[in-house]
Design a protein around this ligand. Structure first.
Ligand SMILES: [Zn+2]
Length: 171
């Protein structure tokens, strides 16, 4: 889902919490609903094998990669997405720490991140994009796809090739 939508909806949710729970909790809800997408940058860096760590390149590259992937991923069997923080394992960890240290701010962050995850889940289902929200499920499904002769990164590799092609042209 586009970051603009998460920012807008997260802001609305944050305002509600700000009003009915607390100022800090509302702000952290907003932060959780927006910052969860940081892992998209990690995904891009990993896919491009850390070749260029320039911040501008990473931000622009990630956006271009994600938008192009969204175009071709619907219905593709050779594409399985997972983002490190968009997982039940990561969210459980945040929730556990919030409870252990009794931090309502971190709990607000957790709720914002969980809200983000639900929106992404519904969006991916609607667009028929194969996504997983668990580290364990990701490993298992990748193995099953490979057994069937499918490349779990097929669509992603295609996108990467198409967006990297122009920069490979001789000057
Ligand atoms: Zn997301």
């Amino acid at each position: 889902m586009k970051p603009q939508i998460h920012t807008t909806v997260g802001f609305g949710g944050g305002l509600l919490l700000y009003r009915f729970w607390g100022k800090v909790e509302g702000i952290f809800f907003f932060l959780g609903s927006v910052l969860l997408d940081v892992d998209h940058f990690i995904d891009f860096i990993w896919r491009t094998k850390c070749k260029n760590l320039n911040i501008k390149h990473i931000i622009k590259g990630t956006y271009t990669f994600d938008m192009a992937h969204l175009e071709i991923a619907p219905g593709r069997k050779d594409s399985l997405c997972m983002f490190l923080f968009h997982t039940v394992e990561f969210l459980s960890l945040i929730c556990l720490v919030a409870v252990l240290i009794k931090s309502s701010a971190l709990m607000g962050f957790f709720l914002g991140a969980a809200f983000h995850l639900v929106l992404d889940f519904v969006d991916a289902k609607r667009k028929k994009i194969q996504k997983t929200y668990s580290w364990i499920e990701f490993i298992i499904r990748r193995q099953l796809m490979k057994k069937k002769g499918l490349d779990p990164d097929g669509a992603q590799k295609e996108v990467l090739n198409s967006i990297q092609r122009p920069s490979k042209r001789p000057e």
